[in-house]
Design a protein around this ligand. Structure first.
Ligand SMILES: NC(=O)C1=CN([C@@H]2O[C@H](COP(=O)(O)OP(=O)(O)OC[C@H]3O[C@@H](n4cnc5c(N)ncnc54)[C@H](OP(=O)(O)O)[C@@H]3O)[C@@H](O)[C@H]2O)C=CC1
Ligand SMILES: O=C(CO)[C@H](O)[C@H](O)COP(=O)(O)O
Length: 364
């Protein structure tokens, strides 16, 4: 069945998704915000995206958010986790009963956060909201050539609705868009399976000098993950896995999860898997430290993970060290600025209570 899909967030993921879902037969509207930093004039003028070498004409391109959302079945957000609240505020007045909101990005309890915005705005609309653990694609959009490059699909992408009792219903609809979505127990499980907080910030800050010096010539996956920096990823993965165990989620390692996603090949070490990944090795960057690999993945990644650890009694010394050092490098207090369970209204919850809070809508 053809779905009418709005894509909100016209960056790498959004433009790629607009083309990919059009090729899959859906009716796709791509929305670009008024304050976008991207030049999408060629899509605006022609409706065409060059998608892995072939021109694809999308249904509609619009800068009007109401026009983007009206009458559509699925509203898909391809945005950084840092933007969930402002985007929810913008979308709230336009949403319609029966719509499905898919936050297709780096999971950070974003569906609950979206719901809290609707509640705060007293916007009583019957929408279902859910999130993937990570963006469906590794992808880049090149403005100069109007080219969306879908490098790879994430072939094992966990998904959960908030509240989780709607996961099955949402998956029935969303599986028409993506056949790689797998049910998670809840949005804490998707959040703890977002790969970026362990891949990106530790190795990036350990390469801060090199990044400051090399700028555009730095490649995190190929050169920044070395025999020593990879040990920080191992330590963070151990802390993350202990949280998964306490919450009774599957506690697969980074290596196992990325092989399953199709991003890594089998190899002798995690370092080799990163350095040789056919999906990741040629991705450039970060070219500076004010990049989502550091800012988003600390403020909405490690800080949230560490706060989950605090709540359920799992210690996270290496996550805490990376958060502290990132704050020192960027002159910020990420423990204060970042997303925490307490800021989401969750306190004094052990693992069992945390899981049960995700089953029903406790935010009202
Ligand atoms: N690209 C990839 O390969 C991967 C991405 N991800 C995750 O998916 C998210 C989206 O990725 P990607 O599409 O590459 O990101 P981009 O930065 O290319 O695009 C994100 C889009 O989100 C919108 N946006 C809204 N508010 C903000 C804000 N405050 N700061 C920046 N952008 C904002 C913008 O849309 P507009 O232009 O309309 O204003 C922007 O173009 C990432 O943040 C990342 O966590 C995860 C794994 C892989
Ligand atoms: O962000 C990315 C590229 O910019 C990667 O695609 C992402 O890190 C891979 O995801 P995962 O770690 O979940 O396999």
């Amino acid at each position: 069945m053809v779905l009418k899909i709005s894509v909100i967030g016209a960056g790498n993921g959004g433009v790629t998704a607009a083309a990919d879902l059009t090729v899959k037969g859906h009716e796709v509207t791509l929305h670009q915000s008024a304050n976008s930093s991207n030049d999408l004039s060629r899509i605006e003028e022609t409706g065409i995206i060059n998608f892995n070498g072939k021109p694809v004409r999308i249904h509609k391109f619009t800068k009007d958010v109401g026009d983007a959302v009206r009458g559509n079945d699925v509203i898909m957000l391809t945005i950084p986790a840092t933007a969930v609240e402002p985007i929810a505020e913008k979308l709230a007045p336009c949403l319609e009963d029966g719509q499905y909101i898919l936050i297709n990005s780096a999971s950070a309890m974003s569906s609950l956060r979206f719901k809290r915005v609707l509640n705060n705005m007293k916007r009583d609309v019957d929408v279902k909201i859910g999130e993937t653990m990570s963006l469906t694609y590794a992808s880049r959009y090149h403005q100069a050539t109007n080219e969306a490059v879908l490098i790879s699909y994430n072939e094992h992408n966990l998904f959960s609705a908030f509240p989780s009792r709607f996961t099955e219903e949402m998956l029935e609809v969303l599986s028409r868009m993506y056949d790689h979505l797998k049910p998670a127990k809840n949005i804490i499980e998707t959040t703890l399976n977002n790969g970026n907080p362990e891949s990106h910030p530790g190795p990036s800050i350990l390469n801060a000098g090199r990044i400051d010096y090399a700028g555009e010539d730095f490649y995190l996956y190929k050169e920044g993950i070395t025999e020593h920096t990879v040990n920080v990823i191992h330590k963070i993965d151990e802390e993350r896995k202990r949280m998964c165990e306490a919450l009774e989620f599957e506690a697969a390692s980074k290596s196992e999860r990325s092989v399953r996603s199709g991003y890594f090949e089998e190899a002798d070490s995690l370092q080799e898997q990163y350095n040789r990944s056919p999906v990741l090795k040629d991705i450039a960057g970060p070219a500076n430290l004010e990049n989502r690999y550091v800012t988003e993945d600390v403020s909405n990644g490690l800080v949230l993970w560490a706060s989950i650890g605090d709540e359920i009694g799992v210690e996270t010394p290496v996550m805490d060290a990376v958060i502290t050092l990132t704050g020192a490098l960027l002159r910020k207090d990420y423990f204060r600025e970042g997303v925490t369970l307490s800021k989401l209204g969750i306190e004094n919850a052990d693992a069992g209570r945390l899981n049960s809070l995700m089953e029903y809508d406790h935010t009202r």
